[in-house]
Design a protein around this ligand. Structure first.
Ligand SMILES: NC(=O)c1ccc[n+]([C@@H]2O[C@H](COP(=O)([O-])OP(=O)(O)OC[C@H]3O[C@@H](n4cnc5c(N)ncnc54)[C@H](O)[C@@H]3O)[C@@H](O)[C@H]2O)c1
Length: 532
């Protein structure tokens, strides 16, 4: 990731980005977290000042906080461009410690920004019908009464809606950011102002990152956490390493990201997971919304914002016809593009053909296309050789896996000139004047150049809330110390919470029909192996 061009939306977590990546153990061991000790001492870095620009210095912490867990989930992020003005300078926790408050009730950049943050939260609420419906339906029952949740997710307007929902359902929370760059400071301020124990700001240092999580996960006489809601596995990892006894009291972990889920499975395999965990990353509603519907919308937005491209009549090739590829193809076709697809899998290739797309090898069309989009989850799909043959002005971007799909590294040779023409847009210029347009240096174009719809986050947030409710209320032996998927019925419930937005009317099974199909009238309606 290029820091020189760092912007708020550039630092979203990319869960998709790490889908096939082996475990990424922390570069810094959170079990050895520094500073802000719970005994009240300020820890090793008391009095140290993180100088302006310190962020840029620590490649080590970037690789921890971005490439590892903190770089892996896109699903709860938003970008309003509003938090960019106070990234540098003294870290807020240092101020608190210096003021003799090693364990403050909250720690944010500037609580005075709360009114602005509150308006952001209100805007998000409008487009998050599912989680708001859950709040309205369950607030009297308080299914999370006495739950004490350690939260570690992005902190933005949409997750604020989740946090306030959990509180309305009876939970007490302490919350830290799972990404050092993605916090909307004004939203954190609004939450702190509303009385939440929030520990997050945009541009946290490495120490601050772990200090904030530590403030949430360290048990005290007043705070004995019994649930974890994690996005990337950092809160889980820290508690397990640093507070092993308290960790055993946890009733359940809900994990959202690919990386965090991967870690949980590893812990389980190694026999170290002593509490039940729920993998919400792979619930049907989340996968469909993130991969298909969200990409269908955001590919166009990303390309438009970055290049002002007109799509009608342009030729585009989409590599990979899975969920993401299908979404991209649908959107491009709808705007009048001539779309080609490359695939390795005959089933997906046949689907593409039946959907009206020409299935080709990349080499066959690379000279003529105007847009190249990768969506394979693979590596080295677009090579230097391909880029040599592209025509002048060809736009190249990645919607799939991290930054592996386009061989960007191969373009960093002395014979090519890189010209940054806009944020996230580079022209790569050959000696003969030919230039290609590379978006986001091959990272996920929609995450870097566009914003994620709140509606998609509503689906994820509703899934997370239901998973917490299920684990918290489950009878003792329903879940063992293992990793589970959200029960199908709950997946269906998440979808149903979002239907009223569209005034969609579900058909109910008659008794006879239910008997005929062997189904319960209220679901689940499909077996676990059903492919939607
Ligand atoms: N940009 C985003 O917001 C976003 C959202 C969700 C998922 N993703 C990521 O996008 C990637 C694809 O996700 P998906 O759900 O579509 O996965 P998928 O497995 O359904 O689809 C990938 C397709 O690519 C094909 N493929 C693999 N190697 C290929 C190659 N060399 N050439 C052509 N085709 C090839 C596969 O056969 C498969 O059909 C994943 O890495 C995922 O994590 C991105």
């Amino acid at each position: 990731m290029s820091d020189a061009h760092a912007e708020p939306n550039q630092h979203r977590k990319e869960s998709v980005a790490t889908a096939n990546v082996p475990s990424d153990s922390p570069v810094t061991d959170p079990g050895q977290v520094r500073g802000g000790n719970t005994d009240g001492s300020a820890g090793k870095f008391e009095g140290q000042r993180v100088k302006s620009g310190a962020l840029k210095k620590s490649a080590r912490y970037r690789s921890r906080s971005l490439s590892a867990s903190s770089a892996d989930s896109y699903s709860s992020t938003s970008y309003t461009g509003s938090s960019s003005d106070e990234d540098e300078g003294v870290q807020p926790h240092e101020k608190a410690i210096a003021a003799g408050q090693p364990n403050p009730p909250y720690c944010v950049r500037n609580v005075e920004q709360h009114a602005f943050g509150r308006r952001e939260i209100q805007i998000a609420e409008q487009e998050m019908p599912g989680i708001m419906a859950l709040r309205a339906r369950a607030k009297d029952d308080k299914p999370l009464k006495d739950a004490k949740i350690v939260g570690c997710t992005h902190i933005n307007a949409q997750t604020a809606v989740l946090i306030e929902t959990l509180a309305a359902l009876g939970a007490t929370v302490r919350w830290a950011a799972c990404n050092i760059y993605s916090t909307q400071n004004e939203v954190a301020a609004a939450l702190a102002h509303a009385g939440f124990a929030i520990f997050a700001w945009r541009g946290e240092s490495e120490e601050a990152f772990w200090w904030c999580i530590d403030q949430c996960s360290t048990p005290t006489t007043a705070w004995q956490p019994n649930m974890i809601l994690d996005d990337g596995g950092d809160a889980t990892h820290l508690m397990l390493k640093k507070h092993a006894t308290a960790f055993k009291q946890i009733k359940g972990i809900v994990e959202e990201s690919v990386t965090g889920v991967h870690r949980l499975y590893q812990l389980s395999k190694a026999g170290k997971l002593c509490v039940p965990a729920m993998n919400v990353n792979d619930s049907v509603t989340k996968t469909k919304f993130d991969n298909l519907y969200s990409c269908r919308e955001s590919i166009i937005d990303a390309l438009k914002r970055s290049t002002d491209l007109m799509f009608g009549g342009k030729q585009a090739v989409v590599c990979g016809y899975g969920e993401v590829g299908k979404g991209c193809c649908q959107a491009l076709k709808a705007l009048g593009c001539v779309v080609y697809v490359t695939e390795i899998d005959p089933i997906c290739a046949l689907q593409a053909a039946m959907d009206g797309f020409r299935v080709v090898k990349l080499n066959e069309v690379i000279r003529q296309v105007d847009i190249v989009i990768t969506a394979t989850g693979n590596k080295g799909v677009v090579t230097r050789e391909h880029m040599e043959r592209m025509k002048n002005g060809c736009v190249v971007c990645n919607m799939g896996h991290s930054n592996t799909e386009i061989d960007v590294h191969s373009l960093r040779t002395p014979d090519l000139l890189w010209e940054r023409v806009r944020s996230q847009v580079d022209h790569i210029i050959w000696g003969n004047g030919k230039r290609i347009v590379l978006l986001a240096e091959g990272r996920l174009a929609n995450l870097c150049c566009s914003s994620l719809p709140s509606f998609v986050v509503s689906v994820t947030a509703a899934t997370q809330a239901l998973a917490l409710i299920e684990l918290y209320n489950a009878p003792q032996h329903r879940y063992k110390a293992d990793v589970y998927l959200l029960p199908k019925k709950m997946d269906e419930y998440v979808a149903s919470l979002h239907l009223p937005t569209f005034d969609a009317h579900l058909t109910e099974l008659t008794d006879e029909q239910a008997k005929y199909l062997g189904l319960n009238k209220v679901g689940p309606f499909k077996p676990n192996y059903y492919r939607y």
